[in-house]
Design a protein. Structure first.
Lengths: 326, 121
C-alpha cells in the first residue's frame, strides 16, 4: 500500500463504517486508477468529492436523502436575501448623515461597508452570467471582504457597519455557497433581480435621506427580513409538501440559523433606535445562542427523521448495491 | 426514479447500454459521450450508482481484482433499459420539434430576392 492509497483510505472515513467495508476498496481503487503515477496526495477536488460522497451516504443511510436538495433550496433563498440586504445597505451608504450631526463618515459614503456591499452586488451579477464555479468564488470573495471590514476599520480608523449587520450577511453567504451545481436560468437571475428591486425600493420608497443609516429605523428591518425569510420558507415548504416533496421542510429548518442571525438585535432586546442602547455583550450572547440553537434544531430534525425512517443496514445484511455482507 | 433524467444519470445509463462496465471505465465513457463536458469523480459516480441500483435501473454484474484493485462491473437492468428508451424517445421528439421549427424559421427569414419577370424583356 503506497502513501496515496493510505491517504485516500483515511479520507474514506467520511463514509459510514459498513459502507466503507463493502465499497471502500472499489472507490479507492477507482481514485488510484485515475491518479497520475507520481501523485502522492489526493487533490483538493478529490478530497472534497470524498467528503461530499461520505456525507451523502451518511444521510442516505439515515433516510434523509432530501436534506441536501433542501439545503440547496435554502441556499437560493439565502442568496436572494443577502442580495436584497446588500442592495438596501448600498443605497444607505450613499446617504451619509448631515455634517452638522457630527457623525463620522467616509467621504461620500457612510462607512467602509460600501466595499463589501459593492462586492455582493457584483456577486449577484456574476451568479447570473458565469459558471457556478466562478459564482462560488465571487461569493467567497464577498464573504472575505465582509469579514475583513472590522479589522480594516480598526487599521484605517474608519467607520464600518455594525456587527449585527455584517454577521447575518456572512451566514447568508456561507449558506449561499451550497447553490446547486447546475442552477436553472431563473435561479441564476434571482439574486440579480432581487438586487435591482432592492435598490429601487430603497432609493425611491424608503426615503433614506432622513435616516441615520445603520442605527436608525432602517436597521429595524433586519429582524423583519428574517421573519419574511421564514414566512417564504414556510410557504415553500407547505407548497412542496402538498406534492409529497420534503425539500421545503429541510430548507425551512436550514433557514432558521440565518433568520436567527437577522433577528439578533431584536433577540438582544433592541428595536429601532434602541440599538444604540443594546450592549455588545447582549448582542454577542444572542448571536452565540442563535449559532448553537439553529444547527442544533437541524441536527435534531435529522435524528428524528432517521429514527422514523430506519434504513440503516444491520451487520450481516447484504449491501443493496454490491451484495457484499458487512 | 424521477424523469426527465438528469444529464449525468442519462449518460451513465447510456454508457452501460453497450455492456457491463466498472467505475473507472464509466468515468471515461461518460466524459467521452459528453465531449468532456461532464466529468464525474468517483465519490459522485458511486453515489449515483447507489441511487440507480436502489431504483432498479442498474445491477451489479460481477467483480474482479486487477493489479490488486477491486473492480466491480455494473450493467443496465431491464428496468434501466426501459427508462433509457423512454427518455431517449422523449428527447428525440423534443429534438425533432426544435429542428423542424428552426428550419421553418430559417426558411421564413430567407431574404426574398426580386426577380425580373421575363415578360418585361
Amino acid at each position: 500500500m503506497n502513501d496515496l492509497e493510505r491517504r485516500y483510505l483515511r479520507l474514506l472515513h467520511a463514509y459510514p463504517a459498513d459502507y466503507r467495508r463493502a465499497r471502500g476498496a472499489e472507490i479507492v481503487g477507482t481514485y488510484l486508477d485515475l491518479a497520475d503515477p507520481d501523485r502522492r496526495w489526493p487533490s483538493p477536488a478529490d478530497a472534497a468529492d470524498l467528503l461530499r460522497g461520505g456525507l451523502r451516504q451518511r444521510l442516505r443511510a439515515a433516510g434523509v436523502t432530501d436534506l441536501i436538495p433542501g439545503v440547496r433550496l435554502a441556499a437560493l433563498l439565502a442568496l436572494v436575501t443577502a442580495s436584497v440586504l446588500a442592495g438596501v445597505w448600498s443605497v444607505a451608504e450613499l446617504h451619509p448623515p448631515p455634517v452638522e450631526w457630527g457623525v463620522p463618515h467616509l467621504g461620500p459614503f457612510v462607512s467602509l461597508g460600501v466595499v463589501a456591499w459593492a462586492a455582493w452586488l457584483l456577486t449577484a451579477a456574476v451568479i447570473a452570467v458565469a459558471p457556478i464555479r466562478v459564482a462560488r468564488w465571487a461569493i467567497t470573495l464577498a464573504l472575505l471582504l465582509t469579514l475583513a471590514l472590522p479589522p480594516m476599520a480598526v487599521a484605517l480608523d474608519a467607520p464600518r457597519p455594525p456587527l449585527f449587520v455584517l454577521l447575518p450577511q456572512v451566514v447568508l453567504g456561507l449558506l449561499g455557497l451550497a447553490l446547486p451545481d447546475r442552477p436553472s436560468r431563473a435561479i441564476r437571475l434571482a439574486p440579480l433581480l432581487s438586487v435591482l428591486l432592492a435598490l429601487a425600493a430603497a432609493e425611491f420608497l424608503l426615503g433614506l435621506d432622513h435616516i441615520d443609516c445603520y442605527c436608525g429605523p432602517t436597521s429595524a428591518f433586519l429582524p423583519t427580513a428574517g421573519g419574511l425569510l421564514l414566512v417564504v420558507g414556510a410557504l415553500l415548504a407547505t407548497g412542496l409538501a402538498i406534492g409529497g416533496d420534503a425539500r421545503g421542510g429541510w430548507a425551512l429548518v436550514t433557514l432558521l440559523t440565518p433568520a436567527g442571525f437577522l433577528a439578533v438585535p431584536a433577540l438582544a432586546g433592541g428595536t429601532g433606535w434602541i440599538y444604540n442602547a443594546v450592549t455588545f455583550t447582549q448582542l454577542a450572547g444572542s448571536a452565540v445562542a442563535v449559532a448553537l440553537a439553529g444547527p442544533a434544531v437541524l441536527l435534531l430534525a435529522i435524528l428524528v427523521r432517521a429514527r422514523r425512517n430506519p434504513t440503516t443496514r444491520h451487520p450481516g445484511q447484504p449491501c443493496p448495491t454490491c451484495g457484499t455482507r458487512a | 426514479m424521477d424523469t426527465p433524467l438528469r444529464e449525468p444519470t442519462f449518460l451513465i445509463l447510456t454508457a452501460l447500454a453497450t455492456g457491463p462496465m466498472h467505475g473507472y471505465g464509466l468515468i471515461g465513457e461518460v466524459a467521452a459521450l459528453s465531449g468532456n463536458r461532464v466529468s464525474l469523480r468517483p465519490g459522485t459516480l458511486y453515489g449515483a450508482l447507489d441511487r440507480l441500483v436502489d431504483a432498479g435501473l442498474v445491477e451489479v454484474d460481477g467483480e474482479e481484482v486487477v493489479d490488486g484493485r477491486l473492480r466491480r462491473y455494473y450493467r443496465l437492468s431491464p428496468g434501466g433499459e426501459a427508462t433509457l428508451s423512454a427518455e431517449t424517445e422523449r428527447l428525440r421528439r423534443n429534438v425533432e420539434a426544435a429542428t423542424s421549427r428552426l428550419s421553418a424559421r430559417t426558411r421564413a427569414a430567407r431574404p426574398i430576392t426580386p426577380r425580373t419577370a421575363g415578360g418585361l424583356a
